[in-house]
Design a binder for this molecule. Structure first.
Ligand SMILES: [Zn+2]
Length: 147
């Protein structure tokens, strides 16, 4: 038995027949000390009192029996971006940006040369191609045009 004596005008948690969920309701009528009618504080609808415990069916949502949704764990294998970042940290983090060759579209860059880019910062040449190089920057690999 609860000690608190309920009276009309009190706020109680009850299941709202319109909102279909447990919400605060205001008691409008009691019968023998038990809540009989309530007004939903949300939709203002008056209805018989339904104790919140009756809403427990939501604990076992229909249609989920035996097909428990197992949240797919995030891929455990190293994602390439993280690997790139780690590589950049190992190769470039301790390098003074001044050591990088200022990038220009007509420049020539050797493998493993440090490149200083206005937007991307310091990077290191990881691949040399005709007319372009792949440079690993803090943000990841970028293809840059070269001379
Ligand atoms: Zn309601």
């Amino acid at each position: 038995m609860r000690n608190k004596i309920l009276s009309s005008g009190d706020t109680v948690e009850a299941r709202c027949t319109r909102c279909k969920t447990v919400l605060n309701h205001t008691i409008v009528a009691l019968v023998d000390g038990r809540i009989a009618r309530v007004v939903c504080n949300t939709c203002r609808g008056e209805h018989n009192y339904h104790p919140p415990a009756a809403a427990r069916k939501s604990a076992v949502a229909p249609g989920t029996a035996g097909v428990a949704k197992v949240a797919k764990p995030r891929a455990l294998k190293k994602d390439p971006e993280a690997a790139d970042r780690q590589e950049w940290i190992e190769l470039c983090a301790d390098i003074d940006a001044e050591r990088g060759i200022a990038y220009s579209m007509t420049g020539k860059f050797r493998m493993n040369a440090f490149v200083r880019h206005l937007a991307f910062g310091l990077g290191i040449v990881r691949r040399v191609d005709i007319g372009k190089v792949e440079v690993l920057f803090q943000d990841g690999k970028k293809l840059l045009k070269t001379g």
